[in-house]
Write a protein that binds this ligand. Structure first.
Ligand code: 13P
Length: 251
């Protein structure tokens, strides 16, 4: 069965002190009120090590927001999969639309990062999603299909279940425009069907497909009511602990 993930993508927010204060509150709240979903925080690189210490006996896991595909070397400003693991992260967000749009990441580079993450035993949270222009042009499925096929190029079928797919329509990120549960259902069904066709039903049986884009405490319940939605990737609404807890404790 696919696991449910609730992931806080903090992006470029929070100093280590702010991150630790939040983590202590989250840990205590989950100890008192455990949830069945896997709760993950993706802090900036600078906070990872301290958070790993703080959260080591807790139910909260850590993700990096990015990693470089090479093992080591002259890549100023980058960190490797080995460093991600060493800093205490079991997950890594890969191919976020901000990385694609602002830092020029293409499907080829994203594929290399996914391959490297899997080699280090790190679960990629592989982000895909169409722009508003693509959606309006009726190209949503062809965009998703290309991102999936190129991003997962040469990944063996038995590794597909070790990846979580995050469907994040670019037009819904940071805009307050949430995709409707129906739109997300349609996209997630497309993703699961396509991957089942390519890799077989068995390979995708446990695959988690999560949604990101203006998720808040106000819309989490209607999104999670869709059985094709195996969790959420939350940006702005994850920065405040009370707001994130309201999402984590959705009914
Ligand atoms: P918002 O929740 O701020 O729209 O961001 C979504 C996102 O990009 C998560 O990765």
């Amino acid at each position: 069965m696919a696991k449910t993930f609730i992931v806080a993508n903090w992006k470029m927010n929070k100093t280590t002190g702010q991150a630790l204060e939040y983590a202590r509150g989250l840990k205590a709240a989950l100890l008192q009120n455990p949830v069945s979903a896997v709760v993950v925080i993706a802090p900036p690189f600078t906070g990872m090590r301290a958070l790993a210490e703080e959260l080591k006996d807790s139910a909260v896991c850590l993700a990096a927001q990015n990693m470089h595909p090479a093992a080591r070397g002259a890549f100023t400003g980058e960190i490797s999969g080995e460093m991600v693991v060493d800093a205490g992260c079991r997950y890594c967000i890969i191919g976020h639309s901000e990385r694609r749009q602002l830092f020029g990441e293409d499907n080829h580079l994203i594929n290399a990062k996914i391959t490297a993450a899997l080699n280090y035993g790190v679960m990629p949270i592989f982000c895909i999603g169409e722009t508003l222009a693509s959606r309006n042009a009726g190209e949503t499925f062809s965009v998703l299909s290309k991102q999936l096929k190129e991003g997962l190029n040469k990944i063996p079928a038995n590794d597909i279940g070790k990846i979580a797919i995050a469907y994040e329509p670019v037009w819904a990120i940071g805009t307050g425009l949430t995709a409707t549960p129906g739109q997300v259902h349609e996209a997630h069904s497309f993703i699961r069907n396509l991957l089942s066709e390519i890799y077989g039903e068995k390979a995708t049986a446990d695959l988690s497909i999560i949604y990101g884009g203006s998720v808040t405490a106000a819309n989490i319940s209607s999104l999670m009511a869709e059985k094709e939605i195996n969790g959420v990737l939350v940006g702005s609404a994850s920065l405040d602990l009370a707001s994130f807890l309201a999402i984590v404790n959705f009914k």
